[in-house]
Design a protein around this ligand. Structure first.
Ligand code: HEM
Length: 407
């Protein structure tokens, strides 16, 4: 293992613009690095494919916060709802932050809404939404592709799937951004608590309405699973809805945004895709690998003392798996820094791996394929309105890889 890194590196604007150079330099030194976090504790960062993939599926690396040495839950400073100042419904009690058997129970419950067949049945509606959004941009000569296409498309889809009003999406956007941002200052923590309370109150209202008058939507189905079969608790119900809403906001948006930028800055690949639309599925996989929306996986905690590639990881440590680094590992992918939409056997980790493998992967792939097919077919003159160097990435410590705008 090389010298200890300061966890501040993820806040470096240069890293925010291009994390891949830093990851490549770290990977040269070794697959696992100790990172001194802002709390003074040592975290661990995995930057290669082999150990990253293994870590994602390692049952010793738990998701439940109570396994973390510095876990606020372990310190006991929780509020009336059992949440902490830095936590959120997203962080507590959802399947992404639970281990078997709770994880197995929650995942089984939610999976029903995400089977390939259920997702495929959404195709005509997703196409209609994509066409409607292009109608709104076409003929104007200029648009922000992120605000007017990449953002609304998956949001409208997830809102309709859940059964919540898409008109409230500006509120969702604010809450969602707050909940996935790093919490460093007291102000961050205060904003997070407020977003946490707002989102909880919002879903409590929706749940009460569906309880009184059930509809044919996912909120009603989960309310019935809760009330009639007691398959989950009330906080788990709110946490599940929050996770789905946020997963719908922070990921597919950036598959579309990052993928569109990759195409627009690689004219040869754009031309190839226009000439051979049958390459669309492999192009989407390549966008996921090349500039995946989730740059670092969500936190894992060592449930026991362990070693990763000879590096001692003490019990309670936080382990970060850099998916963006693993997917550019030259030992796993030939010419990893080259965008190649014809790449075969694209075994990327953009959707994670193991029991927490993305529940929404079928939906995200379908949305991505429809989004790119529609964009290329309907807007043949599509091009960037500014030099790529003027675009800015969200950065700032977030685990999400996404642009701020795409004119
Ligand atoms: C889990 C990526 C879209 C719902 C994950 C994980 C990744 C991921 C990397 C695992 C995280 C970890 O192990 O730390 C993505 C990407 C997407 C996408 C790149 C879009 C391109 C979606 C959508 C939904 C969704 C559209 C649902 C509406 C979930 C859920 C989990 C998850 C519920 C937790 C699964 C579990 O813990 O068992 N996603 N996601 N995702 N994703 Fe996605």
């Amino acid at each position: 293992m090389a010298e200890k890194l300061s966890g501040e590196f993820v806040f470096d604007p240069e890293f925010g613009q291009n994390p891949y150079a830093t990851y490549a330099a770290l990977r040269e030194k070794g697959p696992v690095h100790a990172v001194r976090s802002h709390t003074g504790r040592d975290d661990f960062l995995v930057v290669d494919y082999e150990h990253g993939r293994a870590a994602l599926a390692d049952p010793r690396l738990a998701k439940d916060f109570r396994h973390g040495a510095a876990s606020p839950q372990r310190r006991g400073d929780t509020d009336d709802n059992g949440d902490t100042a830095t936590s959120s419904p997203l962080l507590d009690r959802n399947l992404l932050n639970s281990d078997p058997p709770d994880h197995t129970r929650l995942r089984r419950l939610l999976s029903r809404a995400f089977t390939p067949r259920r997702i495929e049945s959404l195709r005509p509606r997703i196409q209609e939404i994509a066409d409607g959004l292009v109608d709104g941009m076409a003929g104007r000569g200029h648009a922000d592709l992120l605000d007017e296409y990449a953002f609304p498309l998956p949001i409208v889809v997830i809102c309709e799937l859940l059964g919540i009003p898409a008109e409230d999406r500006e509120d969702f956007r604010v809450w969602s951004t707050t909940l996935v941002s790093a919490t460093l200052t007291e102000e961050d923590a205060r904003r997070r608590v407020a977003a946490n309370q707002d989102i909880r109150a919002y879903f409590a209202g929706i749940i009460a309405a569906r309880r009184a008058e059930p509809r044919d939507d996912m909120v009603s189905a989960l309310v019935s699973a809760r009330d009639e079969r007691e398959l989950l608790s009330e906080p788990e119900l709110i946490a599940a809805l929050t996770l789905l809403l946020i997963a719908g906001h922070e990921t597919t948006v950036n598959l579309i945004g990052n993928g569109a930028l990759a195409l627009l800055t690689h004219p040869g690949q754009l031309r190839l895709l226009r000439e051979r639309p049958e390459l669309l599925p492999s192009a989407v996989e390549e966008f996921l690998r090349y500039e995946g929306p989730v740059e670092r996986a969500t936190l894992r905690f060592a449930a026991e003392d362990m070693e990763i590639d000879g590096v001692t990881v003490p019990r309670g440590s936080v382990v970060h798996v850099a998916l963006g680094a693993a997917d550019r590992d030259p030992r796993a992918f030939g010419d990893p820094d080259v965008l190649d939409i014809t790449r075969g056997d694209n075994h990327h980790l953009a959707f994670g791996h193991g029991v927490h493998f993305c529940l929404g992967a079928h939906l995200a792939r379908l949305e991505g394929r429809i989004a790119f097919e529609t964009l290329l077919r309907r807007l043949p003159g599509l091009r960037l309105a500014c030099p790529p160097s003027e675009l800015s990435w969200r950065g700032n410590g977030t685990i999400i890889r996404g642009l701020r705008s795409l004119p």
